[in-house]
Structures are given as C-alpha cells and as structure tokens.
Design a protein around this ligand. Sequence first.
Ligand SMILES: CC(C)(COP(=O)(O)OP(=O)(O)OC[C@H]1O[C@@H](n2cnc3c(N)ncnc32)[C@H](O)[C@@H]1OP(=O)(O)O)[C@@H](O)C(=O)NCCC(=O)NCCS
Length: 183
Amino acid sequence: MPAARAVAAVRHTRATKEPLMESKKVSESRVVMAQLMNPLDANPMGNVHGGVIMRLIDTAAGAAAMRHARKLAVTASIDRMDFHHPIFVGDLVTLKASVNLAGRSSMEVGVRVEAENLVTGEVRHTNSAYLTYVALDSKYRPAAVPTLILENGEDHRRNQQARARRELRLQERKKEAVERRDG
Ligand SMILES: CC(C)(COP(=O)(O)OP(=O)(O)OC[C@H]1O[C@@H](n2cnc3c(N)ncnc32)[C@H](O)[C@@H]1OP(=O)(O)O)[C@@H](O)C(=O)NCCC(=O)NCCS
C-alpha cells in the first residue's frame, strides 16, 4: 500500500473518531479470468451450460468485489444475465469483471464474457451481467468499503448506468417490503 494511502486509512476524524475510508481506483480491483471449455461443461451437443457460465461470472465478480473491499463479500443480487451467443466445447472463455459502483457496504460489479474459437480466432461477446456484493466484517455484518475513484470516461459511463440500476433496485426492494407488510 502506498505510504499516502496507508496514512489516510488510519487517520481519524476528530469529530467521529471513525477511520477515514480509503479510496480505490476501478483498475485496482479489475479481474480477468480465462478458462477453456471442456465436455464436462456442456450438453451432448457441445453447448456449454448457462449454469457453468453463471458460476464463472459469480467467481470473477466476487473476486473483483473482494479485491476492492479487501473483505469477505457475498452475492446480494444478480440484476440480469444476458446470453447473446452460444459457447461451445473448445472455446476459451474470458471474463472481465470490474467494480462499477461502491455504496457504503455494497458494490455493483459488471462482467463481460467473451468466447474465442482458438482455431479460427473469432471472438464473440457472449454475455454481460451485473451483480451486487456486500462486504462483511468479522461478525458477518455489512461493512464499509472504499469509495471508488473513476479514472476515465468509460468508468464514468459505467458508474452512471450502475447508479440508475441501483435506484431501480432500491425502489423494487421498497415496493416488495410494502407488499410483504400489507400481505
Ligand atoms: C446481502 C446481506 C449481507 C445484506 O444484509 P442486510 O442486513 O439486509 O443489509 P442492509 O439492509 O444493512 O444493507 C447493506 C447493503 O446491502 C445492500 N443490499 C441489501 N440487500 C440487497 C439486495 N438484495 N440487492 C442489492 N443490494 C442489497 C443495501 O442496499 C446496502 O447497501 P449500502 O451499504 O451500500 O447502502 C444479507 O442479505 C445476506 O447475507 N444474504 C445472503 C448472501 C448469500 O448467502 N449469498 C450467496 C452466497 S455468497
């Protein structure tokens, strides 16, 4: 950890005595993961199961969230998962996960999945997914995460879109809570 950041992480505000929360760049927690698809991942026709891809997405996104928080992080929700093209046995699947938005204890992570045919070199953008993770402390309670430093236009665009999705999620959760309360 650079010296300036280490100092910021342990400095305390006079008013609250709470440690100042560290900030981290999007690039500091980005995760790139690649895996070759084999017959165990697929149906008899050679199409890779959606569940295999979902597991890889959760793994890559969870690693990015934990890298950002440097704490245990659990999957709180999966917003959407689009399957644009099939993936076949023999394809090299690459997942790129990055934190789009950091709240107090939650983080939205976006994952882009590409499949490469290693013989022809063709690369297809097969999936996109947005997942929310919550960082936990040693007693498994939601714990504060570093604020996110947006470095470029792409980071800002993803952050804006993540804010809009977070707003929708919060509205839906409020609506569901009212419906549960009113039976
Ligand atoms: C996720 C979990 C920790 C949230 O606990 P909670 O007590 O409801 O948390 P709170 O209401 O205090 O909210 C904490 C944060 O989580 C967010 N959150 C809670 N539920 C959420 C959901 N369903 N979707 C998205 N975000 C959610 C809140 O918005 C809040 O974000 P913020 O701190 O950035 O403002 C809890 O529901 C849990 O443990 N779920 C099971 C997780 C799990 O087993 N996952 C699968 C295996 S990893």
